[in-house]
Write a protein that binds this ligand. Structure first.
Ligand SMILES: [Zn+2]
Length: 204
């Protein structure tokens, strides 16, 4: 195998069933079917850490699999009853977890709209970055997000845009926050892939 072929073999890919490889598959029950005939068009970028500002624990996985212990932290008591998910989470060191198959509707955006269309969960892929609004995201996270976005766009050619949760739910959500450098992501995506359409409203 040539070096180029080896790189291609290792390259992140989305299979025909909507599963990413390589990724850790931890299925979340918090999903349902997309409306029939939906074309995926948007990647929504989020930031999350549980407890807020604390990295490396099991809180995100527990939240998305309805196993968060409300007694484990005061903040957990306020969110333990939520039924939420995202398709993907990228941890600080770049580890990729998938919770919901891409063809299904994950519950990440909530009340939202983009390009005049409400209900962004219907037509988007949700990607959580383990992070916080005001703490720089890691170089590995940017690289992994860019390669995931490109892999998604190869599988779903309509998937042309990326925006933040703050952009689709302005005034209600702030993530991924001012710490997220959209220009850096745009540079990694390059031309011909999905395009960044975000970065303003997270600062207002
Ligand atoms: Zn979010």
């Amino acid at each position: 195998m040539t070096a180029k072929a080896a790189r291609r073999a290792r390259r992140l890919a989305i299979d025909g069933g909507g599963r990413a490889h390589p990724a850790l598959w931890i299925p979340s029950p918090n999903h349902d079917a997309r409306p029939p005939g939906t074309t995926l068009s948007l990647i929504v970028v989020h930031g999350i850490s549980l407890p807020p500002g604390s990295f490396g624990g099991d809180g995100i996985v527990e939240l998305f699999t309805n196993r968060l212990d409300a007694a484990a932290h005061p903040y957990y008591a306020t969110i333990a009853d939520l039924r939420v998910s995202a398709h993907f989470c990228i941890r600080r060191a770049g580890g990729l977890i998938q919770f919901v198959g891409c063809q299904d509707r994950a519950w990440h955006a909530g009340v939202s709209s983009w390009g005049g269309r409400g209900g962004c969960n219907d037509f988007s892929i949700g990607v959580e970055l383990e992070g916080a609004d005001d703490i720089p995201y890691t170089a590995t996270q940017y690289r992994r997000l860019a390669s995931l976005a490109k892999a998604l766009a190869r599988r779903y050619p309509g998937l042309a845009e990326l925006a933040g949760h703050a952009d689709v739910a302005p005034g209600r959500k702030t993530d991924p926050g001012p710490a997220f450098d959209w220009g850096r992501l745009s540079g990694l995506l390059g031309a011909g892939g999905p395009a960044v359409r975000a970065g303003g409203s997270s600062r207002v």
